[in-house]
Design a protein around this ligand. Sequence first.
Ligand code: 6PG
Length: 476
Amino acid sequence: DLAQIGVTGLAVMGRNLARNLARNGYAVAVHNRSYERTRRLVDEFGHEGTFVPSESMADFVASLARPRAVIIMVKAGGPTDAVIDELVPLLEPGDMIVDAGNAHFADTRRREQALRAHNLHFVGTGVSGGEEGALLGPSIMPGGSPESYRTLGPMFEKIAAVVDGTPCCVHIGPDGAGHFVKMVHNGIEYADMQLIAEAYDLLRAGIGATPAQIADIFRTWNTGDLESFLIEITADVLGHVDAETGQAFVDIVLDQAEQKGTGRWTVQSALDLGVPITGIAEATFARSLSGHAEQRAAAREAFPSTSGGLTVQDRDQFIEDVRLALYASKIVAYAQGFDHIEAGSAEFGWNIDRGAVSTIWRGGCIIRARFLNRIREAYDENPSLKSLMVAPYFAEAVNAGVPSWRRVVVAAAQAGIPTPAFSSSLAYFDGLRAERLPAALIQGLRDNFGAHTYRRTDRDGTFHTQWAGDKKEYSA
Ligand code: 6PG
């Protein structure tokens, strides 16, 4: 019998996606560059469902029912192109190639266009949830043609996470839309993690709590508005003790955060689109800073600590302040991320429904959180919301948090504790709500040194002042 869908690339993500499909009753063709992995999958998990293993790509393709659906789960970049090049001559018009890796959306757009010329569907698909999600139910963000979604959608919706009876999978939009949304998801993931890390750092310095005690604080937070997967696993990681040394695990890990690049892509794209995603950018740069070990060593020597540390009068109030600062900053990060999605959607003509995106991020993915329900409600109520922050629920939450947010940022600045994400989110908030911004002065300077012109508050038109001469104003 022919398989209904195929997976090539059987490292842990591909293997778990294949198993998820098989466990849900689909006959799954499986293939890997080296057959060993394919054999091991069938040996270990063959009892879970129907796997159709092949050694060669040609046999793999031949084992699929038409129109063929092939999921490729290999490294982004060159390896993905290599697999596509191998597949294309073996496929027929109407067949579908699904790239479920973390590809750059621009690559996905290029590939989609190239394959369309062969009458093949190329479906760049974001998949979030790590190893466990891939196996038990990820959040799935497919791009590509609506036609391809008619075949793939039911399968993807079956294997995706489910929240309140709704699968965490929706057709995001054409060509690169799925990978774009997955990229922004990862950017938000970076911001979420940086905010959590700053909260931990502040608590540790402020109340002198041990990692285990802070784990308990996060556990408590996870019963309220902040409830989310990342807060939950923060408690796990902080509570973990290194078996070898008996020390808190977090104290024996090298403090240099790595990245595979999706956060960087998010920031790059936001720069191109002119969207201020400052929380995500600071989170990404904070990782870079952490990695510059030699520079850090030199700076430690040049600038020994002069602050008296963080003195907290009221322990409970401080914990609550940090919680509210975290929540307000998190709202900023999501507001910025959804602005980024809106800008990408407009630029590339994707027509992305932000309410649908928040719906499928409620489960399965790394940033899954209780408050995504609130985001969904906000977009349900007003699909063309100007900023998530001004939706009634979020505006109220931010307003309630502002005094705490300011106290925390002030305390951190005074104690010399770096809080790039907390601080920049607060600055974004203040920038957004300012009556007048000093951008007016920047316009004046630009006009002064480069005749770059400016607009006036009191009448239409573009103007230039003759700075070097009579200082008369001219209509430009
Ligand atoms: C997910 C994750 C995943 C990502 C890791 C690592 O949604 O399942 O986003 O796709 O690869 O989180 O990312 P970094 O190595 O860049 O931190």
